[in-house]
Write a protein that binds this ligand. Structure first.
Ligand code: NOJ
Length: 759
């Protein structure tokens, strides 16, 4: 089964992050950027290759095998038929294909290549296995709400187990882009707005996909994407320009990539965007100077889908040949989908515009990667139709999906302890997501099926709930008579569950939204249902942070349920009826208003911060709304009642080469069990460069029975406090640091300060 081995890394990770990441044993354990051994035969093989065969090894195309939903996840391809694609593979024009379907397809292609091609170099099969293969887990940002990196490691492992069984060698995941603007639809695909979560989840997911050994037939090569700063798109518009300082790049957007590479991720994907005038795909500083020379990354760099060709639209390449030259010389080893490398690299070499030695270097990386994946030993290592079936949707995977689902749910509000509901309560389940198997698994599923997903009403009934179901509204359009039917149903019930929010196609690639609100048709439904006076539990379906308004914001209880995957309905029922308490915390802030975006808790003070309390003139704030988030990063309630007390900072001094242990007591004063996520934040009070008002440095999830107290201890060292200094190098400065152990980025919890003492 997929999770029988407990590695040293995962054992460490299971403890949570009580030690700041930069000083954590986990980071030390994964501190070797993945090495790529090059077997002896590789150079001899390269010596036998024509320039065209070399360019073929640097060319990856979408699978031409028809009928998959993959076709909808990218712009249309070249329309090539499957037989023609096999012929290309046999002719050495391809290194592999992506988003194909199943072991039968892979078997046909690989057999053809191994029997009929000149050099018999195995193909490599790639796919977007983002949050599950056939068994689907919560969308990535939702899963991060668990604040359990080990859960993400386990779901990535399970996805790798299923996908590798179906012939796949390489996943285009994890997506490790920080998302500080919730208008950006791809916020759903990463780890949210925080750098620490970005790092630990990037590492956990990379480890999960790759397992103990890349050559194993249950491992997928991970691809940390999109390198880099894709999430910093201006105005949250997907693919848009990025223009950020190098300091922000190094402090915020790059650390999750470094973490993924330290965890062994052997590939990365160039992002579509430009950074300060240079598109990533043509950015030599990013792809070579930083990635290779400074970080020592040895794996492969693939372009994003037609990313090289898009250098023409960016306005820095004159034509396809120019685009191929720019991308290749910048350090992008492999071209995805445009075919530009195959079409132009041989002539570019012959004309002296690209040194053949550089082509050989990229081909060496690709062949060594295929060797690392075990493909030269056995090209059919992951291709076995029987194994594909035997590994698909096993009960243990479904159970993991249910566990991940319920741990991803975040309770924002629970006035009067409305939740958990009693099973004898008459519940009107209302809204476009009240029933049906649509919009449960999430938008980034090439291989998952709605038909396998557990609908909300199915889950609630299976738990023994007494419910009625009324659709009430479409997702973005009203329904004739919908509101009237919903009001009637609400009146006949004791309590309403309002299942509303975004469909799964409203977030994801190319799905930016200017207004991050519940669509107006559903808002109207919520207002009408609220007017009945019945208590309302809002179940939000969302792929991003939302600005909640009116009756939705004012409902007695609000649960964030993202898109939870195959076991969605059961996972929600587990929490609604109290079999499990809610334990998730927001990895992204919910602002008061869309206009606050980009919003992130770790913002700077400005020279005119508004002091706590009413809005003051000539201070940094909008007219009429607070600067804060409505629900901040880190927020999430439990069915218990948690109190923070007794901050202990020891001597209050952190010696230059020492450690400081910071502890607090957390107590469940409530009458139900709770899982609390204690979060340690710091603020550097005076530094030579302005510092965020707060930064998460460590966290720990603790289970507390009613009445139980526990002391949570965190350890910080000097390197936890570092930033990019005036000289653009990592710097630590002595002085005062404020510290909080708190239940969210906006809560005071318990706080104090310590001094970092100069050597
Ligand atoms: C474009 C997306 O940006 C990338 O994340 C994905 O892996 C490729 N398409 C391939 O589907």
């Amino acid at each position: 089964m997929f999770d029988t081995r407990i590695s040293r890394r995962s054992a460490i990770q299971a403890l949570g992050f009580a030690v700041a990441w930069s000083a954590s044993p986990l980071r030390a354990a994964v501190d070797a950027v993945g090495k790529l051994p090059v077997p002896g035969f590789v150079d001899a093989l390269i010596g036998r290759m024509t320039l065209e065969e070399k360019a073929g090894q640097l060319t990856l195309m979408a699978s031409a095998w028809g009928g998959s939903s993959a076709a909808n996840l990218n712009p249309p391809g070249n329309g090539q038929g499957f037989d023609a694609q096999i012929a290309d593979a046999v002719a050495g024009k391809l290194t592999g294909v992506f988003n194909g379907q199943g072991a039968d397809m892979a078997m046909r292609m690989q057999s053809a290549v191994m029997k009929r091609s000149r050099l018999k170099i195995p193909l490599m099969f790639a796919a977007d296995v983002i949050h599950g293969f056939r068994t689907i887990f919560p969308i990535p940002v939702g899963e991060v709400a668990s604040f359990e990196p080990d859960l993400a490691r386990r779901t990535a492992r399970a996805a790798a187990f299923e996908a590798s069984g179906a012939g796949i060698d390489w996943t285009f995941a994890p997506m490790v882009d920080i998302a500080r603007d919730q208008r950006w639809g791809r916020a759903m695909e990463g780890a949210g707005e925080d750098v620490l979560l970005g790092e630990v989840f990037a590492a956990a997911r990379a480890q999960g996909f790759q397992g103990e050994s890349l050559s194993s037939n249950d491992a997928l090569m991970a691809c940390a994407k999109h390198f880099a700063a894709y999430g910093a798109a201006e105005a949250g518009l997907d693919y848009n320009t990025v223009d950020i300082s190098k300091r922000t790049l190094f402090e915020v957007y790059l650390p999750p990539f470094e973490a993924a590479f330290r965890a062994g991720a052997m590939s990365t994907m160039a992002s579509f965007n430009e950074v300060a005038g240079i598109p990533s795909t043509a950015n030599k500083w990013l792809m070579t100077d930083l990635l290779r020379d400074d970080w020592g990354f040895e794996g492969i760099v693939v372009s994003d889908y037609t990313g090289d060709q898009e250098l023409i639209a960016h306005g820095i390449a004159a034509d396809g040949r120019d685009a191929a030259r720019l991308a290749f010389l910048a350090g992008v080893d492999m071209s995805m989908e445009s075919d530009l490398y195959y079409l132009h690299l041989p002539a570019l070499v012959r004309d002296g515009a690209v040194p053949e030695a550089l082509v050989d270097r990229s081909v060496r990386r690709v062949l060594a990667t295929k060797a690392m994946l075990g493909l030269f030993d056995d090209p059919f290592r992951r291709i076995d139709p029987k194994r594909e079936k035997a590994r698909s949707m096993l009960p243990a995977a479904r159970a993991l999906s249910r566990e991940a689902g319920r741990k991803s749910i975040v309770m924002l509000k629970n006035e009067g302890n409305l939740l958990p509901l009693s099973k004898s309560a008459r519940v009107a389940v209302i809204g476009p997501f009240a029933s049906g198997q649509h919009d449960l698994i999430g938008g980034w599923c090439v291989y998952g099926s709605d038909a396998d997903a557990v609908a909300l009403d199915t889950g609630l009934r299976a738990a023994g709930g007494s419910i009625t179901v009324t659709q009430g509204s479409g997702v973005e359009e009203s329904l004739d008579g919908g509101i009237e039917a919903a009001v009637t149903a609400a009146k006949a019930a004791d309590v309403v569950i309002l299942s509303i929010g975004e469909s799964q196609t409203m977030s994801g690639e190319a799905q930016s939204r200017a207004q991050i609100v519940v669509p107006p048709a559903q808002q109207a439904l919520a207002e009408a249902v609220a007017a009945t006076g019945k208590p309302i539990v809002v179940l939000l379906k969302n792929g991003r942070g939302l600005a909640l308004q009116g009756a939705v914001r004012d409902a007695a209880a609000i649960l964030v349920t993202w898109q939870l995957g195959t076991e969605s309905g059961n996972a929600i029922a587990d929490v609604i009826y109290g079999a499990h308490g809610p334990s998730g915390r927001l990895p992204i802030s919910f602002p008061f208003d869309s206009g606050q975006e980009p919003y992130h808790y770790d913002h700077k003070s400005t020279g005119r911060p508004n002091p706590p309390g009413p809005l003051q003139p000539y201070k940094a704030h909008y007219r009429g709304i607070p600067n804060a988030a409505l629900y901040p990063f880190g927020h999430g309630l439990t069915y218990g009642n948690i109190a923070y007390s007794a901050l202990d900072l020891g001597t209050g001094k952190l010696a230059w080469s020492g450690e400081i242990t910071i502890s607090a007591t957390i107590t469940n004063t409530g009458s139900r069990p709770a899982e609390e996520v204690a979060q340690l934040y710091i603020h550097d009070v005076v530094a030579s460069v302005t510092r965020p008002v707060r930064q998460l440095k460590a966290f720990r999830k603790v289970a507390l029975a009613p009445g139980q107290s526990e002391t949570v201890r965190f350890t910080l060292r000097r390197d936890s406090l570092q930033f990019i200094g005036l000289d653009m190098k990592p710097t630590v400065e002595p002085g005062e640091f404020r510290v909080w152990i708190a239940p969210s980025a906006q809560s005071d919890g318990v706080s104090g300060s310590f001094d970092l003492v100069a050597a």
